[in-house]
Design a protein around this ligand. Structure first.
Ligand code: UDP
Length: 316
């Protein structure tokens, strides 16, 4: 297929673009490099440095779009909500209009567990209430809502994948954000000497060891789900699937595994809770498993951390 990957110079987008090229698709990456890295665009993909609001020029002859380009920092979204609404919702609406003009009727959308907010039960299923607690989650939920409407009225075929905590590396493709907020890369930065210690944001949560529990999914497993989603698109339908490994690990457990993998003592300093962090976020991925046959193959936290560490060490 001829495919447009927006945000294909970013962490998840670059891994999906690499898997699409490996699978024999003709891939164009559209990325404005505001947070992505040009050297993350896989060999064999065409690269166009433009914003998603300028997608018209690259949509001719495309069979589908995989849409990753977005602002994705929760804290920043609270400080600058306008940036999130204009980029994530406004930018996506512009992309969807350009797709309609060019007759491109299929999209896989990068959604998030942040659309659910503070869950009432665990694991979270797709039909559970969506009450985002920050503008990032709200802007992604708004896109999901628009996709449902456009499927009905325009015949768009769409699949939204709601990611839980993506981690690990796919060969050389790894997480490298200028502003790093995520737990695993921050813990590993202590082992490389970039940071002196890691902060543990709260130890008074109602969890077994008092620290927050999250569902970590290997980026290679996550990326593979996009290829299945692409094949499963049906015109006039919008499907939503959660993507996680189905097992929760606490912040303390993550730090312990990072210590084992790196052999570094990794000092941890207990700090205050980070505002807006739910105590437990674990996905039920039963729906994508039964409908698309997807299953996490690298669910072991040790493997996720080992792959992240290997990619980081190779680039150090
Ligand atoms: N966390 C932490 N120290 C850090 C970064 C994150 O204790 O330096 C905690 C954070 O409060 C949350 C968990 O680790 O409970 C995962 O956070 P992350 O930002 O990786 O992902 P999120 O679940 O917020 O999407």
């Amino acid at each position: 297929m001829r495919l447009l990957v927006t945000g294909g110079a970013g962490y998840v987008g670059s891994v999906v673009a690499a898997q699409l090229v490996e699978a024999g698709h003709e891939v164009t990456v559209l990325d404005d490099l505001s947070t992505g890295h040009q050297d993350a665009v896989p060999e064999g993909a065409r690269f166009v440095q433009k914003s998603i609001t300028e997608a018209h020029s690259v949509l001719d002859g495309m069979d589908a779009v995989l849409h990753f380009a977005a602002k994705s920092l929760v804290g920043e979204s609270v400080a600058k909500p306008g940036l999130y609404w204009s980029n994530n919702l406004g930018g996506t609406l512009a992309l969807l209009d350009a797709m309609r003009d060019k007759g491109v009727g299929r999209i896989v959308f990068s959604s998030t567990a942040a659309t659910y907010g503070e869950p009432e039960r665990s694991p979270i299923e797709e039909g559970d209430p969506t009450r985002p607690t920050n503008p990032y989650g709200a802007s992604k939920l708004a896109v999901d809502t628009a996709l449902t409407a456009f499927a009905r009225v325009r015949g768009l075929g769409a699949v939204s994948l709601r990611y839980f905590n993506v981690a690990g590396a796919h060969g050389r493709y790894r997480e490298r954000h200028a502003v790093e907020t995520h737990l695993i890369p921050n813990v590993l930065k202590v082992a490389t000497g970039e940071r002196e210690s890691v902060s543990v944001f709260g130890t008074d949560y109602p969890t077994p060891d008092g620290t927050c529990v999250r569902d970590y999914i290997h980026v290679s497993d996550l990326a593979r789900a996009h290829l299945l989603a692409l094949e499963a698109i049906v015109q006039g339908e919008h499907r939503i699937y959660n993507l996680g490994s189905g097992t929760g690990f606490s912040v303390q457990e993550v730090i312990s595994v990072c210590r084992e993998v790196t052999g570094h003592e990794i000092p941890a300093v207990v700090g205050d809770r980070r505002p807006g962090d739910p105590a437990v976020l674990v996905a039920s991925s039963a729906k994508i498993q039964s409908e698309l046959g997807w299953k996490a193959e690298r669910a072991a936290l040790r493997e996720i951390v080992s792959d992240a560490w290997a990619a980081l060490s190779a680039n150090a």
